[in-house]
Ligand binder design. Structure first.
Ligand SMILES: Nc1ncnc2c1ncn2[C@@H]1O[C@H](COP(=O)(O)OP(=O)(O)O)[C@@H](O)[C@H]1O
Ligand SMILES: CC(=O)OP(=O)(O)O
Ligand SMILES: [Mg+2]
Length: 397
C-alpha cells in the first residue's frame, strides 16, 4: 500500500483537489490532481495524473443548480473505484475563515467543527462548503484524520493597524477586524517566489490573486503586511459575483430606504454583483472577454481599474514597490487583464514585455522595469498537503 494525503480546496466557484503520495522520506509527491469548475454556471470536472494525462473529464451542461456537495459525490465515486493500492492517511481542507481563534492549521474534532460553523455567516460562499466536505468525509471514514488549513492564518502577523477598522475599540475586541483571505495561495506564492527569485522575494511585493474571488496581498520579505479583503471575503477588489469595497451607506440605504431584508442584501452583495452584476451577463471572465456587449467591456474595465487602484493603495502600505506577482485563474491566464492593470500602474514604474505577457511567461516585465512583474501559478492544494503533514508528523523541511 502506498501512503498518501488528499487536499481539498473548495472555492466559491470551484472544488480543486490533489492526491499526494508520500515518498520514502514522507514528502508529498503529486500523483493525481483535479478540479470541478464553473459551479453555479455549468460544472465541469477534470482529473489528471501528475504528468497531465487525462484520467476523467465530465460535464454537466447548464446544470447551474448542482451544489458543491452534489459534485463532491461524483468525486468520491470516482475515488472509490480508482484509488486502489493507496492508503489515504489524512485529508487536509482549505477552511476560509478561522476568526480570532484559529491562526494556524489544526486537527479537526467535533468541538472545532462547532466553532468553525459559527463563522459561516462571515464566509457564506465558502465556509459552508468547506465544512460540508469535512462532515461528508467524517461520515464515510470517521477515523480518518482531517486537518483544517485557514485562509486567514497567513495574514495574522500583519501590523496591528492593518487589522483595525475605524470603529469603537470594543467591537474590534469582539472580533470585528480585518482578517484577509486567500492566505494559502499567498503563502505558496511567497515560498515559490523565494525559490525562483530570492532578491524579489526579499523585497516589497504585491501578489494579485485574481480568480472568481480576487484580492491583493502586500508582502514584505514574504510576510503579509496588508491585504484588500477584510472581515469577510466581500471587501476589496471587484470579483466574479462580489462587489468588493462599497460605501457602507449603500447598505444602510438598501435596508432602511428600499426595505431590503438582510438576507437579500447578502445575496445581492455576494452573488449578484461584481462582473455578473455590472455585465448582466456572466461572472466568468473568459465568457465576458468573448462578448461584444458594451456592458461586458465595462465590467472588465471596472475590474482592471479597481485592481490598479487597490494596488496603488497597497504600494502605499509598503511605502514603495519592488515586484508584482499575478496568480489564480485570471491572473495566470488572462494576458489582456494583466496588461490593462499594468498599464494603469505605469506611473509606479511598471513596464511589461507584451510578447512575454501574451505568452503567459514567468517573467513579464521588461529588463529595465524598476518593478519586476511575474506570473506564478498558485498551488493552494500543495500548501494544504504540507500543512496537513506538519500537523500529522511535525514540521517538514
Ligand atoms: N484560460 C483562462 N483564460 C482566461 N480566464 C480564465 C482562464 N481560466 C480561468 N479563467 C478565469 O478565472 C476565473 C476563475 O478563477 P479560479 O481561480 O479558478 O476561481 P476560484 O476563485 O473559484 O478558485 C474565472 O473568471 C475564469 O473565467
Ligand atoms: C476567499 C475567496 O474569495 O476564495 P475564492 O477565490 O476561492 O472564491
Ligand atoms: Mg480559489
Amino acid at each position: 500500500m502506498t501512503r498518501a494525503v488528499v487536499s481539498l480546496n473548495s472555492g466559491s466557484s470551484s472544488i480543486k483537489f490533489g492526491l499526494y503520495e508520500l515518498d520514502p522520506n514522507g514528502a508529498p509527491v503529486l500523483a493525481v490532481r483535479g478540479k470541478i469548475e464553473r459551479i453555479g454556471i455549468s460544472p465541469r470536472l477534470s482529473i489528471r495524473d501528475s504528468a497531465g494525462g487525462q484520467l476523467l473529464e465530465q460535464e454537466w451542461p447548464g446544470e447551474a443548480g448542482l451544489t458543491h456537495a452534489d459534485l463532491l459525490v461524483s468525486l468520491f465515486d470516482w475515488a472509490s473505484t480508482r484509488l486502489t493500492g493507496i492508503e489515504v492517511t489524512a485529508i487536509g481542507h482549505r477552511v476560509v475563515h478561522g476568526g480570532t481563534d484559529f491562526v494556524s492549521p489544526c486537527l479537526i474534532d467535533g468541538d472545532i467543527l462547532v466553532r468553525l460553523d459559527r463563522l459561516c455567516p462571515l464566509a457564506p460562499l465558502h465556509q459552508p462548503h468547506n465544512l460540508s466536505a469535512i462532515h461528508a468525509i467524517a461520515r464515510i471514514a470517521p477515523a480518518l484524520p482531517q486537518v483544517a488549513c485557514f485562509d486567514t492564518a497567513f495574514h495574522n502577523g500583519r501590523p496591528a493597524l492593518a487589522k483595525r477598522f475605524a470603529i469603537p475599540r470594543a467591537l474590534h475586541d469582539q472580533g470585528i477586524q480585518r482578517y484577509g483571505f486567500h492566505g494559502l495561495s499567498y503563502e505558496y506564492i511567497a515560498r515559490r517566489l523565494a525559490e525562483v527569485d530570492a532578491e524579489m522575494a526579499a523585497g516589497r511585493v504585491i501578489a494579485a490573486h485574481l480568480g472568481n474571488g480576487a484580492s491583493l496581498c502586500a508582502m514584505s520579505a514574504g510576510k503579509s503586511m496588508d491585504t484588500t479583503m477584510g472581515f469577510t471575503a466581500l471587501d476589496g477588489l471587484m470579483m466574479g459575483t462580489r462587489c468588493g469595497t462599497i460605501d457602507p451607506g449603500v447598505i444602510l440605504h438598501l435596508q432602511a430606504e428600499m426595505g431590503m431584508a438582510a438576507k437579500d442584501v447578502e445575496n445581492l452583495l455576494y452573488s449578484r454583483s461584481g462582473l455578473l452584476g455590472v455585465s448582466g451577463l456572466s461572472s466568468d471572465m473568459r465568457e465576458l472577454s468573448l462578448s461584444d456587449r458594451p456592458e461586458a467591456a465595462e465590467a472588465i474595465d471596472l475590474f482592471t481599474w479597481r485592481a490598479a487602484r487597490e494596488a496603488g493603495a497597497l504600494a502605499s502600505s509598503l511605502e514603495g514597490l519592488d515586484g508584482l506577482v499575478f496568480t489564480a485563474g485570471i491572473g495566470e491566464h488572462h494576458a489582456d487583464v494583466r496588461a490593462r492593470i499594468c498599464r494603469r500602474l505605469q506611473w509606479l514604474g511598471i513596464r511589461i514585455d507584451d510578447a512575454a505577457n501574451t505568452a503567459n511567461a514567468p517573467l513579464i516585465s521588461l529588463a529595465d522595469s524598476p518593478i519586476k512583474v511575474r506570473i506564478i501559478p498558485t498551488d493552494e492544494e500543495r500548501m494544504i498537503a504540507l500543512h496537513t503533514l506538519s500537523i500529522l508528523n511535525g514540521p517538514q523541511a
